[in-house]
Design a protein around this ligand. Structure first.
Ligand SMILES: [Zn+2]
Length: 299
């Protein structure tokens, strides 16, 4: 399987793209509803395909499979009992390798036997066992259901994972000499600070609330605990995380960008994003309430 390791390494490097702030590759390989990004885990994918071949071999009506099964019955004719666990001597050598993998996958049958289920099984029980969350967290499922535009989705995910390239995450890595926030010299730039306390975030909120109505981003809206049941709060917080993060990054990277112009543009961008979301997710019933809530901002 050393080729598999090589391919995995290439995939990991490609997905992380040298970004030290991103979570470990194994975390990114978790399924989306477990808090990852469902990046391929090559070994799980290979074993899942092998399991599916074994499944066909054992159950399909195709001539090659029936032929193989004849060989298997011939081999097993004189055996008193076929073991429930994989035993080498129970199976003829041409089928052993595949049958063994099928046993390893807990002998999936009928509707359980599909590549995606089995891949997840191997991720969970073999290759990503250490990273698999012990307590499932609904927040990831809720995030996927929100159907956010890709960039907002990614940045909301990174905030929840504690993986935005804020100083909390990158201070040890390069020329950055302190953890302190550029806008709030007495506070370390942590993820919590970034959304709840930072002066830059507060300026953006203030500008939007001045133009569009008070208390849009009040504390309850930005409280992660409320995002499980309140999609609207989750949407607004995700939008704010994305806009503020993009603004901070541009101000840091480009000396010609003026902070004031990004703050002033916030209500306008907010309105455009609400409009785009309203239009593109129109047909999704489970988002009806959020869209109706957001529509109030378009008046
Ligand atoms: Zn700050």
């Amino acid at each position: 399987m050393s080729q598999a390791d090589d391919i995995q390494r290439i995939l990991n490097n490609w997905s992380r793209n040298g970004q030290i702030s991103l979570p470990a590759a194994e975390t990114i390989q978790l399924p989306k509803k477990e808090g990852g990004w469902n990046l391929v885990n090559v070994k799980s994918a290979l074993l899942a395909r092998k399991t599916m071949v074994a499944h066909k071999l054992l159950f399909s009506d195709q001539p090659w499979a029936r032929h193989k099964r004849q060989l298997i019955s011939k081999h097993q004719k004189n055996l008193l009992k076929i073991q429930k666990n994989y035993k080498k001597k129970d199976w003829p050598s041409p089928a052993r390798d595949h049958v063994k993998t099928w046993f390893l996958a807990r002998r999936p049958q009928k509707e359980q036997a599909n590549t995606s289920n089995i891949t997840t099984y191997f991720k969970k029980n073999t290759y990503l066992r250490k990273k698999w969350p012990t307590e499932p967290d609904d927040i990831w499922q809720k995030l996927c259901c929100l159907d956010l535009p890709p960039q907002i989705h990614v940045n909301a995910w990174r905030w929840l994972r504690g993986a935005l390239p804020l100083k909390e995450r990158v201070y040890w890595s390069s020329s950055i000499d302190s953890l302190l926030c550029r806008w709030c010299p007495s506070s370390p730039q942590m993820h919590h600070h970034f959304l709840h306390e930072c002066i830059l975030t507060k300026k953006i909120i203030k500008e939007i609330e001045n133009k569009m109505g008070p208390r849009i981003f009040e504390d309850a809206v930005l409280d992660r605990n409320n995002w499980y049941d309140n999609k609207m709060s989750f949407w607004l917080s995700s939008w704010l995380i994305n806009y503020t993060w993009n603004s901070a990054a541009r101000i840091n990277l480009d000396a010609s960008v003026r902070e004031e112009s990004l703050v002033l543009a916030a209500p306008h961008v907010f309105k455009l994003d609400v409009l785009a979301y309203y239009n593109t997710s129109m047909y999704k019933n489970h988002l009806k309430k959020v869209k109706e809530g957001l529509r109030a901002f378009l008046r």
